[in-house]
Design a protein around this ligand. Structure first.
Ligand SMILES: C[S@@+](CC[C@H](N)C(=O)[O-])C[C@H]1O[C@@H](n2cnc3c(N)ncnc32)[C@H](O)[C@@H]1O
Length: 243
């Protein structure tokens, strides 16, 4: 899915974020539950969704009575601006998925058209919820988060860390996950593949450095698999030394 690469503009360590380069693409509540093996106990915790973009997890969980804050650099833009960008890029993403059909497992999502419907439904729920929910959608970006220590029970990061291992260094990943461990007791990241459906080139170094910093890393199999071989999450139990 090469097209997703274009959504991120990196300039030294400073991110220059322009919406015309973003390819907004959001997953649903059910997908988050399955990607992160979320139990009812997990869903009752105070959750940080990191890089949630136009996913509907925040909107749907809130409707179910959950407690969540999402962060993403795209939240500096208005709902109309994000909607326009979804409309501009939607056909391109669907076309690329068709071209790279063999990189995916068409089991739960059966066809490209079915995928399009699921994603549009998720993004529409986000667009409805977003305008009047400023406290739940915070414009921020890793590797720095605007939250106090241990604020969240669990932090989730779907399809950002590890997926863009070609664009973001191991150091960026280590710094970002340490920051997530500072604000949450537990961090879960999915998938552990980078674009092209290969295991992330950063993964082993990241795990080694996080273990050395006192955090406990476990790679766990999950029920979700859409990118072929993408059925594992990294679960990090944070040490409370904030190193
Ligand atoms: C492929 S999308 C995934 C969206 C959502 N998590 C999902 O799974 O449906 C990647 C998201 O990462 C966000 N992102 C880019 N740079 C980021 C950063 N430095 N910190 C946090 N999120 C970032 C993008 O804006 C985009 O919304």
């Amino acid at each position: 899915m090469r097209g997703y690469v274009d959504c991120l503009h990196k300039k030294n360590s400073l991110m220059v974020f322009t919406l015309d380069k973003v390819v907004p693409w959001g997953r649903s509540f059910d997908e988050y539950v399955s990607m992160f093996s979320l139990s009812d106990t997990d869903l009752n915790k105070y959750i940080l969704g990191c890089g949630d973009g136009p996913a509907s997890f925040n909107a749907e969980l809130t409707r179910k009575g959950g407690n969540i804050v999402s962060i993403d650099p795209i939240y500096q833009f208005t709902a109309d601006e994000i909607k326009e960008q979804i409309e501009v890029t939607y056909d391109l993403v669907i076309e690329q998925t068709r071209t790279n059909h063999d990189e995916f497992v068409w089991k739960h999502i059966k066809t490209v058209e079915n995928l399009g419907r699921i994603r549009i439904n998720a993004m529409n729920q986000f667009l409805e919820d977003y305008p009047n929910s400023e406290a739940r959608y915070v414009a921020a970006e890793l590797p720095t988060l605007p939250f106090d220590n241990s604020r969240f029970g669990i932090a989730l990061c779907s399809h950002f860390l590890f997926l863009y291992s070609e664009q973001f260094s191991s150091e960026f990943h280590i710094q970002s996950i340490k920051e997530l461990c500072r604000v949450a007791s537990e961090v879960r990241i999915f998938p552990l593949l980078e674009l092209g459906a290969r295991k992330s080139r950063c993964l082993s170094k990241v795990i080694e450095q996080l273990n050395a910093a006192g955090h406990e890393c476990i790679v766990e199999k999950v029920a979700y698999e859409f990118q072929k071989g993408g059925n594992e999450m990294l679960c990090v139990k944070a040490s409370n030394n904030y190193i």
